[in-house]
Write a protein that binds this ligand. Structure first.
Ligand code: AMP
Length: 298
């Protein structure tokens, strides 16, 4: 089955302790699509400006990603600049230029509307609702961020009532629910709508809360993290892509989806931008999946 995604497509400038990458391909929907395309047919909906390099479009196309929903608007592409600390788990956003993203109202082409799986990337929750109004998906996942919890909580709560799954950071669970205990926090998030809650804990892995089920997956112990940008979006792409590829959402496939998401995200961190993600094969992912199995076996 196929999966549609709506979110940012960006030119990112990123500085990490190992180097700097100027105006490289980025954006949440980009990472999501490259990851999900390893498992299922992906339909990308987003906007870029006139300055977006043709080579980036070609890369996405070469991975079989459906770009009918990729709008090219007059103006400049969304830009994001971030700098990672010596402790690479922390970063500062130095600059965000919304550019063509500022007036973006996603329009889903017919095939994107019809996809059974849909991922609402991290955009304003009212835009996420606009997408939901158009889509016919039977399984919807959502990402959000501190900003929307702080400035658009009512809109966020409205869209949360209508989604099946949320992928969220531990700090965002605390901000959204006021609960510092993650088990209580996840319960409170489930009460807002999504029956499946995936809590990412960065280098400490993630927790999946479903119907009567809690699953804990480690993060892959990477020795050299070059650039963690997009790891969260790659996780979401691996998770949703795997579920779409299986065509079913049950306890076993959800657990596997979490491990595939973690495996793909670990590759993303190995090089700048989506470079590593773009070169890996399904076989590489399967090998890492098996390493995860060994890692957690006892
Ligand atoms: P992550 O590392 O998973 O948080 O994702 C980083 C990606 O999100 C980068 O490629 C950015 O271009 C993109 N991004 C950063 N800020 C925003 C924002 N406010 N809205 C949408 N996308 C963003």
């Amino acid at each position: 089955m196929d999966v549609s995604v709506v979110g940012s497509i960006a030119l990112d400038t990123v500085e990490t302790p190992t180097g700097r990458n100027e105006e490289g391909l980025g954006g949440a929907a980009t990472y999501f699509s490259l990851a999900a395309a390893q498992f299922a047919a992906v339909r990308l909906v987003g906007v870029v400006g006139e300055d977006f390099p043709a080579a980036h479009v070609e890369l996405l196309r070469s991975k079989g990603i459906d770009l009918d929903g990729l709008e090219r608007a007059s103006g400049k592409t969304f830009r994001w600049t971030g700098r990672y600390h010596e402790d690479i788990n922390n970063r500062d956003t130095l600059d965000t230029q919304l550019n063509v993203f500022e007036h973006f109202h996603p329009k889903l082409p017919p095939a994107a509307c019809a996809a059974p799986f849909l991922f609402l990337g991290n955009i304003h929750p009212s835009l996420q609702t606009e997408v939901l109004e158009q889509a016919k998906a039977s399984f919807v996942g959502l990402d959000t961020m501190n900003l929307w919890i702080n400035i658009a909580l009512d809109d966020l709560k409205a869209v949360l009532r209508r989604v099946n799954a949320i992928i969220i950071n531990d700090s965002e669970v605390k901000l959204l629910t006021g609960e510092s205990n993650l088990v209580k926090g996840a319960k409170a998030v489930r009460a807002l709508g999504p029956r499946i809650v995936v809590v990412k804990k960065g280098e400490h892995g993630c927790l999946l809360f479903g119907e009567d089920d809690i699953f804990s997956a480690p993060a892959y112990p990477l020795e050299n993290v070059v650039d963690p940008t997009g790891a969260g979006d790659s996780f979401a792409g691996g998770f949703m892509g795997y579920l779409a590829g299986c065509g079913k959402v049950d306890s076993a496939s959800l657990r596997q989806a979490v491990v595939y998401g973690s495996a793909v995200a670990s590759f993303t961190c190995e090089k700048f931008g989506p470079d590593r993600l773009a070169e890996i094969t399904r076989h590489d992912i399967q090998q890492r999946f098996e390493e995860f199995r060994k890692l957690a076996a006892f």
